[in-house]
Write a protein that binds this ligand. Structure first.
Ligand SMILES: C[S@@+](CC[C@H](N)C(=O)[O-])C[C@H]1O[C@@H](n2cnc3c(N)ncnc32)[C@H](O)[C@@H]1O
Length: 252
């Protein structure tokens, strides 16, 4: 079963990486992880939780084309990053070289359900849109195993409990839409599986009305909609399940 899932995912992401433009100007990454997290629509609270990255051993799960690996390295982290797709890892290597951080970014093709790292290897772990590709029953113990005691992990992940969003993901066109594969945007029972071993575990659902930022192709936050979301989600907690994304923060 897992072999079939791996084949579907690898083929999909290898094909995507093979079609990405490799021009040097497109691969140049501006700023660092802190700048990115301060402005990106989905990274609410991540900077505050992970703190200073300089000199820390940081693991990135499911690095894809390596933009975040480079940003982490530019913030001074010693980065280890892996992805199931060998073509994505090759792309990420080239990107690290072009951005002159290759000596601080170690890349590997591997699966999140069997991480090729020793126990307690990392101070910090980060992942964007990756947990929902993994088998939580196998991946969650791995995540716990490779994090140092007291270490912190943060993830930003799509949620799958809003029927309108499920319809849009399945059938509607929108900018930069990823191809569908074996992934399953998270439900509360998946989130519990990822968090249950950790000493501390928080989830923060984000983007209810402001999910329109994505649909309309905005990369930055629309402040008015954000404020309305904050109000609605505070006053009516039940609505949180219908958000587009969740930020998970974990401490071992
Ligand atoms: C939605 S992309 C996110 C990539 C990157 N984090 C980003 O935000 O650009 C999901 C990534 O997960 C990888 N992936 C899928 N299943 C995986 C698995 N079992 N183990 C490791 N990586 C996996 C894919 O190859 C793909 O690069």
């Amino acid at each position: 079963m897992l072999d079939h899932t791996y084949r579907v995912e690898r083929d999909k992401w290898d094909a995507l990486a093979a079609h990405k433009e490799l021009s040097d100007s497109k691969l140049t990454v501006k700023g660092d992880f802190h700048d990115y997290a301060a402005h990106a629509a989905t990274m609410t609270g991540v900077n505050e939780f992970l703190g200073d990255l300089a000199g820390r051993q940081v693991l990135e799960l499911g690095c894809g084309l390596g933009e975040i690996s480079v940003l982490l390295a530019k913030s001074g982290a010693c980065v280890t990053a892996f992805d199931l797709s060998p073509a994505s890892v090759a792309f990420a290597k080239r990107r690290a070289e072009l951005n002159q951080v290759a000596e601080r970014v170690h890349l590997a093709a591997a699966a999140g359900e069997a991480m090729p790292f020793a126990d307690h290897s990392f101070d910090l772990i980060f992942g964007k849109a990756i947990l929902h590709h993994l088998d939580a029953g196998l991946g969650a113990p791995e995540l716990y195993r490779v994090l140092k005691p007291g270490g912190r992990a943060a993830f930003v992940e799509p949620m799958g409990m809003n029927p309108f969003l499920r319809f849009a993901r399945a059938y509607l066109p929108y900018p930069n839409k990823n191809p569908r594969g074996a992934d399953r945007p998270l439900h509360y029972e998946d989130i519990r599986l990822w968090g249950c071993q950790f000493q501390e575990f928080h989830q923060r659902e984000i983007q209810l009305l402001s999910m329109l930022e994505r649909g309309l192709g905005f990369k930055r936050r629309l402040k008015g909609l954000r404020r309305l979301d904050d109000l609605l989600l505070r006053r009516v907690p039940y609505l949180r399940r219908y958000c587009r994304y969740v930020v998970l923060t974990l401490r071992k």
